[in-house]
Design a protein around this ligand. Structure first.
Ligand SMILES: N[C@@H](CCC(=O)N[C@@H](CS)C(=O)NCC(=O)O)C(=O)O
Length: 211
């Protein structure tokens, strides 16, 4: 398996965690978002949307991190990252998609770059934008976690919910978000960082990590 990935990309981070949890072997092809390697013809031939991650498995090319997670779960079911019960599955997908669809896209690199380079907002306004959407999203996640969390977002098993939450929290900390208002998120985050599969997926442990 091959994974086109950028070390600091939250969506690549999601897929790295899932691959590691399932014990799948993969080679990383780093794509440098800083130097706009994702917009080169060579990469656009792999991923026409010009985003990471892209997974190649048995000659098939897959993009969109949530679709990749669903594929991995079906194709490589052990260990399971979703429970069997359909209602529990739906709750975990609800939580995961809250991160993937309602939080992450508002703070993605291309959105932040558009705000600064095209609409001309300054760094302070960019920080205000970032913190606003993280805080709004995290307040909802925190409330949900009070009902569902134990060691992980949903009880004692790592699921898609943790796979989506951890990269988003990592990113938020990079933008100096204070987690003191989100004790459940902070607790799960520090617990998850001790998991070897998550540790191995951390941005700083990637072959393309910059100092
Ligand atoms: N919905 C996509 C989003 C992928 C995405 O936004 N990737 C970011 C990195 S986290 C990217 O490649 N951004 C390129 C850019 O912003 O120019 C997914 O979940 O895979």
């Amino acid at each position: 398996m091959y994974l086109y990935s950028y070390y600091r990309s939250s969506t690549s981070f999601r897929v790295r965690i899932a691959l590691n949890l399932k014990g799948l072997k993969y080679t990383i092809f780093p794509i440098n978002l800083k130097t706009k390697e994702h917009q080169t013809d060579a990469y656009l031939r792999v991923n026409s949307q010009g985003i990471v991650p892209t997974l190649i498995d048995q000659g098939h090319t897959l993009s969109q991190s949530m679709a990749i997670l669903e594929y991995l779960e079906q194709k490589y079911p052990t260990p399971a990252l979703l429970p069997i019960d359909p209602l529990e599955q739906a709750s975990i997908r609800e939580f995961s998609l809250l991160v993937a669809c309602d939080i992450h896209p508002l703070n993605n690199l291309q959105v932040l770059t558009y705000l600064t380079n095209t609409l001309g907002i300054d760094e302070t306004q960019k920080q205000v934008w970032y913190h606003h959407w993280i805080s709004k999203g995290f307040q909802v996640l925190e409330k949900k976690l009070k009902m569902t969390a134990d060691a992980y977002c949903f009880g004692h098993q790592i699921t898609f919910a943790d796979i989506c939450l951890i990269p988003q929290v990592y990113n938020a900390l990079r933008f100096q978000v204070d987690l003191s208002n989100f004790p459940m998120i902070a607790k799960i985050y520090s617990h998850c960082l001790k998991h070897p599969a998550i540790e191995a997926a951390l941005p700083e442990n990637q072959p393309d990590a910059e100092n």
